[in-house]
Design a protein around this ligand. Structure first.
Ligand code: C5P
Length: 312
């Protein structure tokens, strides 16, 4: 009897911006203790997991040539981890992962983590694994600090390495403009630079998180704009001084406020509404301070199966 090959499963997964990123002390395991507020954005990747003649990974789209198409790819590591969890071998099972990138690579928007989260959801649907979201979140946390959030989506408060999440009430939709830089920045390098800046002086620190949660509950972009803050921004700007100009250009173009997203170098600009975001994007594109400009909104859901017979 012929084995039945399941149809491919495609998952759409959001990027993230940190509205508030408080970096605490370095822990014994080398990670920093964080208090952060994540928002999932409509700038997405799509990941298809299929049974194919040749197992492996292929990557297309935004920055694809800078993503490893091998076992080092975070999406493949997720496949490997989940397969091990259920006692299977993804190579013997001829699993192929096809990644279509919209999220900038090494951009501070959790692009690699997004692909890992999407791969977890796609493989569990393909193999019809009866795993709960909690099981997937535990595996996600072992792969990377941001993987649980992009699995979850919405708006959430993250603590620990960023992997411990509590959903946050957020009213209305917020509108963003994203400025991609010409090259990426390595996350460990930015954390190390912050440690160096702190050893030498006193770089700015974000305030308390509670006002950010209140602004989100109010749904008022003007209120939230005053509170955007990221401890990693000083480190990202120190490594990439041109970001200062990009941040200024976004505000000059009419954004309410700008922030480096996570470890950067992508800059995220909060705008009054969807029309304002389009105007800011058009003006920023002409300012010559970045490689590409995109508009996005948030919050949006986490990694989800799209299309086909497996759609929810
Ligand atoms: O968890 P993830 O692999 O995404 O983290 C990438 C790197 O970012 C870590 O190796 C570490 O250098 C840094 N990091 C950190 N503290 C965190 C999260 C990440 O120092 N809470």
């Amino acid at each position: 009897m012929l084995a039945v090959v399941p149809p491919p499963v495609t998952v759409r997964v959001p990027s993230k911006v940190n509205l508030h990123l408080d970096v605490g002390d370095v822990r014994e395991d080398g990670y920093h203790e964080l208090t952060t507020v994540f928002q999932a954005l409509s700038l997405t990747d799509e990941v298809t997991v299929a049974v194919a003649d040749e197992p492996g990974v292929e990557v297309h789209g935004e920055g694809a040539t800078n993503v490893p198409a091998n076992a080092k790819n975070l999406a493949w590591r997720a496949i490997d981890e989940l397969a091990r969890h259920v006692g299977r071998d993804p190579v013997k099972a001829n699993i192929r992962v096809i990644i279509r990138k919209g999220i900038p690579v090494s951009g501070g928007m959790a692009g690699g983590s997004a692909d890992a989260a999407a791969a977890l959801v796609a493989l569990s649907a393909l193999w019809r694994l009866e795993l709960g979201r909690d099981d997937l979140a535990t595996i996600a946390g072992a792969i990377g600090s941001d993987v649980p959030f992009v699995l979850h989506g919405g708006t959430a408060l993250g603590t620990g390495r960023g992997e411990r999440l509590v959903p946050v009430l957020s009213r209305h939709t917020f509108h963003w403009v994203l400025a991609f830089d010409r090259r990426g920045l390595s996350t460990p390098r930015v954390f190390t630079e912050l440690d160096r800046l702190r050893a030498e002086g006193d770089p700015p620190r974000v305030g308390a998180v509670e006002p950010v949660l209140e602004a989100l509950a109010s749904g008022e972009p003007r209120q939230l704009a005053l509170l955007l803050g990221n401890d990693l921004q000083a480190a990202a700007v120190s490594l990439r001084p041109g970001l200062r100009r990009t941040l200024r250009a976004g505000v000059d173009a009419g954004a309410l406020a700008g922030t480096v997203s996570g470890s950067g170098p992508t800059c995220a600009f909060l705008c009054e509404d969807a029309d304002a975001a389009l105007r800011v994007a058009a003006e920023l594109s002409g300012a010559g301070v970045c490689r590409t400009v995109r508009v996005a909104h948030g919050p949006v859901p986490g990694a989800r199966v799209i299309g086909g017979d497996d759609a929810p």
